[in-house]
Design a protein around this ligand. Structure first.
Ligand SMILES: [Zn+2]
Length: 420
């Protein structure tokens, strides 16, 4: 077959009648250079992103690309507005000074949007994920979906026009179950006006800028991965319990998504069949024993009145309340899920975000200890546990950057020498 194919390349002025549109050497010849070009631009951009600032020679050396390939790819990324010149750095000894490059933050930006039950936040950020706190626009979450899209789009326009930047993409962090492939919110238990809606597509059709929605746990995981604690970490798990039990993972450098982007629903494994009714319809899910709302419910039940987590944190701080029994009970539940994730994913790093850490200064250490007790020892010994804020606005920004980088081309673990 190979010989026949090679022969066809040489005699390609005579097309074979039997060759369909997706067979034969002509197709191969047109696809391969395009793929090589995409892989190169992805490799080079990834390298600039992780290095911070870097020269063309260093890019060529680290990615294994030839100098002409590195130069062409850098020129293309400059043209696309994805990277910028940082300035000249004097060469060591003889030779010309070299131009340094970094991901764009001056000419091109992304817009991050966080849609939350009580507020929406919008900000314009560089492709390095950096933004200024004073640029954040915050509004109360509007009561209707139409109003929500209208207000978010207007805020995004303000963010885009404030400094005359070109917006390359918009990322929207939402709570609830998201069908990533169809870009649809299937169910948002804390903000039902999003149920069944496609806020990304609706914002995109208003503004003409590519827009992606991402589940808040995935978005905050991306934020840690692109410019946070997990930068450069190839196996990373993040668990957040602000609303439900959210888990997202980076496995061997790639976001673990599953077929429809719904992977990681560890919160809905049943840990006690006689347990409390869960939002999913089953009883005794991990989510019913391990989250911030569960902790709040437990304390409220004991005191006989409805409290918020802020009230509990305040009352504990002033010495009015000792929620240790409920705190430990809930953290024990969380430790079951976190230890399961350690065993399943064998991560180098696990990041936890829960407001329960604000209740007591020892809460994080208690949880880390319990996870260590529950997880398999050899796996646990290689895993570092940290606490992070898990801000969903940073998540929206990260979602925009992630989508833009993904669309550059596939990530490959081998260097491509061909000049594209
Ligand atoms: Zn459930």
């Amino acid at each position: 077959m190979l010989n026949r194919s090679q022969k066809t390349v040489r005699n390609s002025h005579k097309p074979e009648k039997s060759a369909g549109p997706h067979s034969g050497s002509g197709h191969l010849r047109s696809v391969r250079p395009k793929l090589v070009k995409q892989v190169n631009q992805r490799n080079i951009f990834d390298m600039i992103q992780s290095a911070g600032t870097i020269s063309r020679a260093e890019l060529a050396r680290r990615t294994g690309a030839s100098m002409p390939t590195a130069s062409k790819t850098v020129a293309r990324l400059l043209h696309l507005g994805l990277i910028e010149e940082q300035g000249l750095v004097p060469a060591d000894g003889k030779g010309r000074p070299s131009q340094m490059y970094r991901v764009a933050s001056e000419k091109s930006r992304v817009i991050g949007i966080s849609i939350e039950p009580h507020r929406c936040r919008v900000v314009s950020a560089g492709l390095d994920g950096a933004f200024a706190a004073q640029d954040i626009v915050e509004i109360p979450t509007p009561p209707t979906y139409v109003d929500l899209i209208d207000k978010c789009a207007r805020c995004a326009v303000r963010g885009m026009s404030s400094r005359g930047h070109k917006a390359l993409g918009i990322g929207v962090s939402v709570s609830g179950t998201v069908d990533a492939m169809h870009q649809q919110v299937l169910l948002s238990p804390n903000l039902h006006l999003l149920d069944g809606q496609r806020p990304g597509a609706d914002i995109e059709s208003r503004l003409g800028v590519p827009t992606r929605i991402v589940h808040e746990t995935i978005s905050t995981c991306l934020a840690e991965r692109i410019y946070g604690e997990a930068r450069g970490v190839r196996n990373f798990v993040m668990i957040g319990t602000y609303a439900g039990f959210g888990l997202s993972a980076v496995v061997n450098g790639d976001l673990f998504t599953g077929a429809n982007g719904m992977a990681g629903e560890l919160g809905h494994i049943i840990v006690s069949e006689a347990g409390e009714l869960c939002g999913c319809g089953n009883r005794g899910c991990l989510e019913t024993i391990s989250t911030d709302p569960v902790f709040v419910r437990r304390v409220s039940r004991r005191l006989g009145r409805e409290l918020s987590i802020d009230q509990i944190i305040g009352m504990t701080g002033s010495g009015e309340l000792d929620p240790t029994p409920e705190l430990h009970e809930t953290l024990n539940g969380l430790a079951i899920g976190a230890a399961a994730a350690v065993n399943i994913f064998n991560p180098e790093l696990m990041a936890l975000c829960t407001r329960m850490f604000e209740v007591s200064p020892g809460a994080f250490e208690y949880l880390a200890q319990r996870i260590g007790d529950n997880a398999l020892k050899p796996v646990m010994q290689r895993c570092r546990i940290i606490r992070v804020q898990g801000d969903t606005l940073c998540g929206g920004v990260a979602a925009a950057i992630h989508h833009m980088v993904e669309s550059l081309g596939p990530r490959m673990n081998w260097a491509v020498e061909h000049a594209a």
